[in-house]
Ligand binder design. Structure first.
Ligand code: PA5
Length: 427
């Protein structure tokens, strides 16, 4: 594995022996996850990324993405939650920006939709609406607005600019695609949104952004092979799941996922969603949050350093190396001459070490995932590692990682406010 899990920074509370003991005490539950016994067939599609490797769908996606890249100026990804966060995390880090990728369907802000309509005006545009269950208002209504814009622009050829990734069945996107001749890609019936990034859901937008999706899949396949071959004690997915819950038992009920590349904030958001929606049930679970340093050292960093001791940090040691970017000397006496000719990478690694050290010293337990250079393979590996670890962690606290029944409450309230009929049929 590229990833090295390190818990040296939790030594004041926890060491590897404690984690091994924690694993032994919970070995049956952990093995049930590793053996694919947790969740139904409708949940476990993500567990076997190898199947995507030889799927004809990958070629279909790559061909479609090439066509879009040759013609589009803008590609609008319409989706929310698990339908967009995985793709966004890769695109914002590795996308080549040949086509501008715009995100819609994740807000009901009129200002946002107005801005998107403005951005696509007079520019060659494709939209990809992604929804496992096409009843969520945010993407549904954004799709309507954008579809109208394309119909106005392209007339009877608008359908050639619309790709839908969804499910089969009444009211679902497959039916709409058939009726209106949109290009259709399947939302795998055996995956929930936040576990779907390595399917058509994530792969088309990622491929349109020019990222090597085979590398991404390969990273996940490698992770699957290795994580399923480790002993439970040596398995980093198990170690991390157990360690974070042992810390929670000691009162660390918040986990802050820390990145040091601004573009990784979107990976951060994927991680937060994965753990938040999977574990936040039955009044249990660690509260997952994320920050990007240096910026957030000047915000939440104060709280971490001197606030109540209930936060653990998970540092993602991942970067884009640019050794050629060095601090330029200057004759201006600006007080920074001690940095002349130092590579920026040295500065970023100094702030990493400094934050880690300062936080550990004051008693913040800090995990580290060392992964090195950011690449498609790295994303594939981390996606798989964290999905597996999240399922183990969920089982350890006695919750089902799949589904998000709590999300329905706000939806029902909103339907009431907006007057949707009780049969669920839009008027
Ligand atoms: O992870 C999940 O399953 C959720 O976040 C869903 O992706 C989200 O609720 C959107 O669902 P849908 O794509 O069915 O509208």
């Amino acid at each position: 594995m590229i990833t090295q899990f390190d818990l040296n920074g939790t030594a004041a509370y926890l060491n590897m022996e404690d984690v091994h003991a924690g694993i032994s005490n919970r070995v049956a539950s952990i093995k049930s996850v590793l053996q694919g016994e947790v969740g139904s067939a409708a949940d476990l599609g993500w567990f076997f990324p190898g199947r995507w490797d030889h799927s004809p769908l990958i070629e279909e996606i790559q061909t479609l993405a090439e066509r879009i890249r040759g013609d589009a100026e803008v590609f609008v990804l319409v989706g929310i939650g698990g339908s967009n966060r995985g793709a966004q995390s890769v695109i914002e880090s590795l996308g080549d920006k040949k086509v501008e990728i715009v995100y819609a369907g994740d807000t009901l802000s009129s200002h946002s939709i107005q801005g998107i309509l403005e951005r696509i005006k007079d520019r060659s545009t494709y939209i990809n609406v992604i929804a496992k269950d096409f009843n969520t208002l945010e993407p549904g209504i954004a799709f309507r607005m954008l579809r109208r814009a394309l119909e106005t622009r392209y007339g009877s050829e608008a359908n050639e600019h619309i790709i839908v990734t969804g499910s089969e069945g009444e009211g679902q996107l497959a039916t709409l695609a058939q009726e209106y001749r949109y290009r259709y890609l399947p939302f795998p019936p055996d995956m929930g949104g936040r576990f779907s990034v390595l399917s058509a859901v994530g792969l088309l937008p990622i491929s349109v952004a020019g990222v090597d999706i085979r590398g991404l899949i390969q990273g996940a396949i490698n992770a699957e092979r290795e994580l399923k071959s480790f002993s439970v004690e040596e398995n980093p997915a198990c170690q991390y799941a157990v360690a974070r819950n042992l810390l929670a038992e000691k009162g660390f009920l918040i986990e802050d996922f820390i990145t040091f590349e601004p573009s990784l904030s979107f990976f951060n958001r994927w991680w937060v969603q994965l753990f938040g929606e999977s574990e936040g049930k039955n009044g249990k679970a660690i509260f997952p949050t994320g920050n990007n340093y240096s910026e957030d050292l000047h915000a939440i960093g104060q709280y971490i350093q001197e606030g109540p001791r209930m936060v653990m940090e998970t540092f993602l040691d991942a970067h884009f190396p640019h050794p050629e970017i060095v601090v330029q000397p200057t004759l201006v006496q600006d007080g920074f001459n001690y940095l002349n000719y130092k590579p920026f990478d040295t500065l970023n690694s100094a702030v990493y070490d400094a934050a880690y050290k300062a936080h550990c010293q004051i008693g913040v337990p800090c995990f580290q995932f060392h992964v090195g250079e950011i690449s498609p393979e790295m994303f594939g590996e981390l996606f798989y590692l964290f999905m597996l670890s999240c399922c183990i962690s969920s089982v350890l606290i006695g919750v089902n990682p799949y589904g998000q029944p709590g999300v329905e409450s706000y939806k029902q309230e909103m339907y009431g406010i907006l007057g949707k009929s009780s049969q669920g049929i839009s008027q």
